[in-house]
Design a protein. Structure first.
Length: 457
């Protein structure tokens, strides 16, 4: 069995922490077991998959290009299937299936399970997922789903309705009902319906057949090149609801997508993350990523979030509608995680002569380096504030330590490495300060040292 984790969405319901780059699954805000600090939803899921005994080589992540760096930064070297664009779950699952067949040589009859990466679940959830492959093959079905036993009649979720009550570990699916009214939900629960949690199991040949029947790309190369041919719709709508032979396996346990600040706050270990003081507050949580203190006094049922991207102060109940409120905002991300470390934007200025000045605080992790690269539209000035390492600017190597200042003029190749860890302030000056203004020559330090004289490995 192969497992594909879908990592999508910009997560604006959790603004200002989440954005197009740092979606909700990457927020380090959940308590780790035994008080070992905080982890993200992605890290939690990855830990649970390991505990369930699934080999890392059988797990893949499908994600958009801006998310690839943070995925590797948080869980290491996992096989990431990169989407050319965001086109909802049908396109993502089709692309992932063709990647497994054409790039990884997976057999067309081997069960593949696809599930979201951003759900908060109990540890045995991934044990249950491993039952889907055997159920699919045993029942001779086109699709096996995993649904959640409802804990309340709600219109928040879709429902999987059985033909008859479950016999053993699954039931045949009769129909689907999307987000019904409470009275209808109560009746569906009496019939044994499950919440649809977006977990699908199928044989790759089923997806290939559907793609060929519809005249859509049916090889990985075709899918990459013609990704815009896929309808921008959900896998449920485009595939699952049109199949005639579907079974569902019930999961009983914790399940939440933690899609709002209210639901996320329920899983926080303490009422404050970061530098914060709460006094005379009730059911209030503060998350602070800034160096400045945040004080909450006399607040009730509130959420306060302070990040480089913005500040939120909201009633928890109203925060569910945050996505629509912040929709007009289109600022560049002010905080990002990368394979080599992370950065936080400190300041941005537009000078009278239209020169832009952007200041970042950059943390370079031990044993990591920035690539040997150059910029067409800007110069960079690095001021080392902590740690030590080495730099190469225009093929000249030197050591650097706290207090040193390095200038990389426009169009000049430069790189930096540290063995012990380093922090530095990066000041960018130019016109058109965008992340895309970068040309890389060597990604690793070994590649650089093999070509540039005098650079030690």
């Amino acid at each position: 069995m192969k497992l594909v984790l879908l990592s999508g969405g910009s997560g604006k319901r959790l603004w200002p922490m989440s954005n197009d780059v740092r979606s909700k699954q990457f927020l380090r805000i959940l308590p780790r077991p035994e008080g070992e600090g905080l982890e993200s939803m992605l890290q939690r899921v990855w830990r649970q998959i390991g505990q369930a005994g699934l080999p890392a080589t059988d797990v893949f992540v499908c994600a958009s290009k801006p998310q690839v760096e943070v995925i590797h930064a948080q869980i290491g070297e996992i096989d990431v299937i990169e989407e050319p664009a965001r086109r909802d779950t049908f396109a993502a699952i089709a692309l992932s299936t063709l990647y497994l067949l054409d790039e990884r040589g997976v057999d067309a009859d081997e069960p593949v399970v696809v599930c979201p990466v951003d759900h908060f679940v109990d540890d045995h959830y991934f044990q249950e997922i491993q039952n889907l492959g055997p159920i699919l093959l045993r029942e001779g079905a086109e699709m096996a789903l995993m649904g959640v036993w409802p804990t309340e009649p709600t219109s928040k979720f879709g429902y999987i309705v059985p033909e008859a009550p479950a016999q053993g570990d699954c039931f045949r699916v009769k129909r689907f009902v999307e987000k019904p009214e409470r009275a209808v939900a109560e009746e569906l629960i009496r019939q044994g319906a499950l919440w649809n949690c977006g977990v699908f199991c199928f044989q790759p040949r089923t997806i290939v057949r559907i793609l060929r029947d519809r005249g859509l790309p049916s090889t990985y190369a075709e899918a990459r090149h013609g990704f815009d041919q896929f309808p921008k719709r959900s896998f449920d709508y485009e595939v699952v609801e049109k199949l005639t032979s579907i079974v569902a396996h019930p999961y009983r346990g914790t399940w939440s997508d933690l899609g709002t600040w209210s639901s996320l706050a329920e899983q926080m270990e303490s009422e404050a993350v970061g530098r914060a003081i709460l006094s005379q507050c009730e059911d209030t949580h503060v998350v602070n990523e800034l160096g400045l203190p945040v004080v909450a006094l006399g607040l009730k049922k509130a959420i306060v979030v302070a990040t480089p991207d913005g500040i939120l102060a909201a009633d928890k109940d109203l925060a569910a509608g945050l996505k629509d409120v912040v929709a007009p905002l289109d600022n560049r991300p002010m905080y990002e995680e990368r394979r080599w470390g992370r950065y936080r934007v400190i300041d941005y200025q537009l000078l009278d002569d239209e020169t832009e000045v952007l200041t970042k605080c950059v943390e370079l992790l031990p044993g990591r380096n920035l690539s040997y690269h150059r910029h067409k539209w800007r110069e960079e000035i690095w001021t080392i504030i902590e740690g030590e390492g080495e730099i190469v600017v225009d093929d000249r190597w030197q050591k650097v330590a706290a207090g040193d200042i390095v200038r990389a003029p426009q169009g000049v190749w430069h790189a930096i490495r540290t063995e012990t860890g380093m922090q530095f302030i990066e000041v960018q000056r130019g016109r058109g300060l965008v992340e895309e203004d970068i040309e890389r020559k060597y990604l690793t330090w070994d590649e650089l040292a093999a070509v540039v004289p005098g650079v030690p490995r």
